[in-house]
Design a protein around this ligand. Sequence first.
Ligand SMILES: Cc1ncc(C[n+]2csc(CCOP(=O)(O)OP(=O)(O)O)c2C)c(N)n1
Ligand SMILES: [Mg+2]
Length: 554
Amino acid sequence: MAKAKQSQTPSTAARARMTTAEATVAALITHGVDTIYALPGVHNDSFFDALFKAADHMRVVHTRHEQGAAYLALGAALATGKPQVYSVVPGPGLLNSAAALLTAYGMNAPVLALVGQIPQSAIGRGLGHLHEIRDQAGIIARLVDFSARIRAPTQAADLVARAMQAMRTARPGPAVLECAIDVWGRSAFVPVAAPVLSAPQEAIDEDAIRDAAKRVAAAKRPLIVAGGGAQDAAAEVTLLSQLLQAPVLAYRRGRGVLDSRDPLSVTLPLGRELWGEADVVLGVGTRLFYGYTQWGIDPDLAVIRIDADADEPERLAPPAAALIGGAKPILRHLIDALATEHRPSRRAEMEERQAKMRQRLEKLAPQLAFLDAIRAELPDDGIFVDEVTQLGFAARLLLPVYKPRTFLSPGYQDNLGWGYATALGAQHARRDVPVLSIAGDGGFLFTSNELATAVHHRIPLSVVVFNDGAYGNVRRTQEEQFGNRVIASDLTNPDFVRYAQSFGAEAERARSPQELRAALKRAFKRRDGPTLIEVPVPQMPSPWEFIHMPRVRG
Ligand SMILES: Cc1ncc(C[n+]2csc(CCOP(=O)(O)OP(=O)(O)O)c2C)c(N)n1
Ligand SMILES: [Mg+2]
């Protein structure tokens, strides 16, 4: 089949002799990729040799564990919105990267993995080749929507183009290309120009838009819910919110779409109240998971969904209307079709409700004081990378976020330990702004080995480690809900300051929000290498009453 395709290529096209690896690298460059996050090994030696030869156009950021390579690519993808690539050896290399790949899938992030394979003729035979794993392609196919194996030099550019297209088509997400150890170095005459396939655009259904516009315009208490799919439609969401005087609820992945300084911008607890009152909810690039599964739904609430994935809107319950495609173009059409009369401002009402909710959230005062210090020093366009830790849970609810793609949160996987390496990728791809990683003492050690990567590649990432000597979240639950039967949640830690310094990073300890603020000021000025700030903390108050909340309707 591959041969038949090859012979169809017009003979007039300029051709050159290239290895599979060279053709792959050339195709990636054609797609605008300038960095590969990677950990090498014998299966990919020819690929790395091609990267060496392409050094003028392609940087390699090698990491200290495959999960690091994949998380760096994920962080770079989240911070830029552009496809990013990582490369690992097969078997253990692939599996080491799998949690990050899973997270990329959950976050619809365009991350392309290039994964080695055992010799082509041995695949599937169980002979025990180095790094062999049973049905690697099958494992990969469970993790991502698009995957393929490059079996010859002539297939490389086409498969890169198809993977890149798949990552941008309908619901975005990661893709994987495998290549066998003996195929990377094989050469053939291939077209010099690598193809680029445009992502097919979903035709905009004008009738459906008009219908949705009518419902939205007639709504008395509209609520917009913004998810990760709204990150590139911030201007449209903001305008729509103004036109309708509709609050915008965002939690984690949708934060920053509407500037937190706008009183219509709300997070979970106030969002739930508004959900209870709403007659129309417009979900933009969100699963509406909390609304449907926790807060309830009834016939008085019409849900309108905008989603890139045609299958998504029906998953939890059929909505009143679904508009399928990119959030930005659909919202533009929707705004054009809206015949709204001037609505009275809800500013005073929302400011009062925000203030009231803020009082309730004072329960989280210890976390708030640290978040205030962080917000005071992190520039408006600085990027905050969340973790599964007490400060992270509070930040999701309380950290003001001003711009899209400046609050990176791991989505529904909520996988402990993603933060440091993901933030490193974000900082590598966005050297123009400070990136701040926060972590607990538990999560930080998952990828803290990448401090070596940060020092080696001079990545100026700052991390704050909040050290309570525990998997604090687990310990608090054991104390409060399981009769104080504390098990497997106490931690013995290194001296984090000396640990970071031993890598060659700058490090200091801050014992209060004031000290943290001063330390952050110093850290953000440093642009040639990483900084760690350790903050010793006591057990923090539980945020869960503001996250898992009872029904409000239905
Ligand atoms: C991959 C993964 N493993 C385990 C968990 C369960 N988990 C959630 S929070 C937590 C403890 C976090 O400890 P730490 O990073 O120190 O933060 P703290 O709660 O102490 O602030 C654990 C083990 C998880 N979310 N993800
Ligand atoms: Mg802890």
